[in-house]
Design a protein around this ligand. Structure first.
Ligand code: GDD
Ligand code: MG
Length: 358
């Protein structure tokens, strides 16, 4: 049975205010907490036992996922009192792994949505007898990622985390297969960055570090805009996940949601359980979490609206992140990039993008 570790301890700072109440991997994406898509991918690739390395708001994970049996997995949890960094978090859970020193262990960042072939990555790792096999992808701008060049044989030649001038467009896509003994050799009890310390150290020591380049769909869900795109692409079926609770289509309306017959919901939007979309409202490419209310005639495009928030009558919101429980009064207009804080109250017509020219 293959084992895996999922790193879910980050604070998700770039996703505030959504992550004030909910850790990033537990935010709903296409109808279920994001981490459920990752766990389903791991299970579908033959993984049977997963350890979640938690830190920030750790209790939320176990409260929802339990022992994993509903997902057909055995789940364990380890909580860092103080975040130990990506490498420290891996080392901190090795005592729960059951395989021998050469057994493969899949490690995933908890915020990466991909369609890559985990089974093929495991196959390459085993066939080559590698120490670590990294899933790599290509992006237009590598500055926010780990830049990972490889040679003609597919061996990693450098690991350069977040360089202002990247040497290649090939990046670390956030899913690794480690030989278990390599994880056990990470120093225990202190902060370790796998990107800045472990990978460069392994390369300097001549370890066999391979790249598994896979051109499949890939997205880091680290910002509200990316979260919206990821959810939309899952609903539309541009990237597949067996955890989406419905067939691919223009919208995913969860049981318990109410959408007025003359409201328009499309573009890969999700309407969460208990949410209400009133008459004449338009919801396009957006995520409405549980118990959200969109009042009559409002337009919500490319937004994520947190649990229990209300978007008032005739509001126009585009590319906005609305925190849980916020109340946006009638007639407000909010531009792309706006963030409305948890429980904030905006009065009617409080915010307009431009003055009326009538
Ligand atoms: N348990 C635990 N403890 N988890 C952590 C900690 C920690 O101290 N710090 C970060 N994590 C988790 C985050 O929750 C996330 O799932 C993952 O580790 C990566 O952290 P991010 O904060 O999302 O890193 P990033 O997106 O800036 O960069 C990483 O991912 C890129 C791909 O998306 C790096 O691995 C890059 O090299 C990579 O290109
Ligand atoms: Mg990230």
């Amino acid at each position: 049975m293959v084992e895996a570790i999922v790193l879910v301890g980050g604070r998700g700072t770039r996703l505030r205010p959504l992550t004030v109440t909910t850790p990033k991997p537990m935010l709903p994406v296409a109808g279920v907490p994001f981490v459920v898509h990752q766990l389903a991918r791991l299970r579908d690739a033959g993984v049977g036992h997963v350890v979640l390395a938690t830190s920030y708001r750790a209790e939320v994970f176990e409260g929802f996922l339990g022992d994993g049996s509903r997902l057909g997995l055995e789940l364990d949890y380890v909580t860092e009192e103080v975040p130990l960094g990506t490498g420290g978090a891996m080392r901190n859970v090795t005592h729960l792994l059951r395989g021998g020193p050469d057994a493969p262990v899949v490690v995933m960042n908890g915020d990466v949505l991909s369609g890559h072939d985990v089974g093929a990555q495991l196959g390459l790792h085993a066939a080559a007898g590698a120490d670590v096999t990294l899933y790599l992808t290509r992006v237009d701008d590598a500055r926010a990622f780990g830049c990972v060049p490889t040679d003609a044989a597919g061996r990693v030649t450098a690991f350069l985390e977040k360089m202002p001038e990247p040497v290649s467009d090939q990046i670390n896509a956030g899913c690794y297969v480690f030989r278990r003994a390599v994880l056990d050799a990470i120093p225990a009890g202190r902060v370790v960055s796998v990107e800045r310390e472990t990978f460069p150290g392994l390369l300097a020591d001549g370890a066999v570090v391979l790249g598994h380049v896979d051109p499949a769909y890939w997205l880091d869900l680290g910002t509200p805009a990316a979260l919206v795109v990821g959810s939309r692409d899952l609903v539309l079926g541009r990237v597949r996940s067996s955890a989406v609770p419905g067939p691919p289509g223009e919208r995913l309306v969860l049981p318990g949601a109410q959408v007025a017959h003359d409201a328009t919901v499309g573009g890969g939007s999700t309407v969460g359980d208990g949410a209400v979309v009133e008459a004449g409202a338009v919801v396009e490419g957006s995520v409405l979490q549980q118990d959200v209310v969109v009042r009559r005639g409002a337009l919500v495009r490319d937004c994520v609206v947190g649990q229990g928030a209300e978007v008032g009558e005739g509001c126009v919101l585009s590319g906005v992140a609305v925190g849980d429980g916020a109340r946006i009064g009638a007639g407000c207009e909010l531009p792309p990039g706006a963030r409305v804080w948890v429980d904030a109250v905006l009065g009617p017509h409080a915010v307009r993008m431009s003055s009326d020219q009538s």
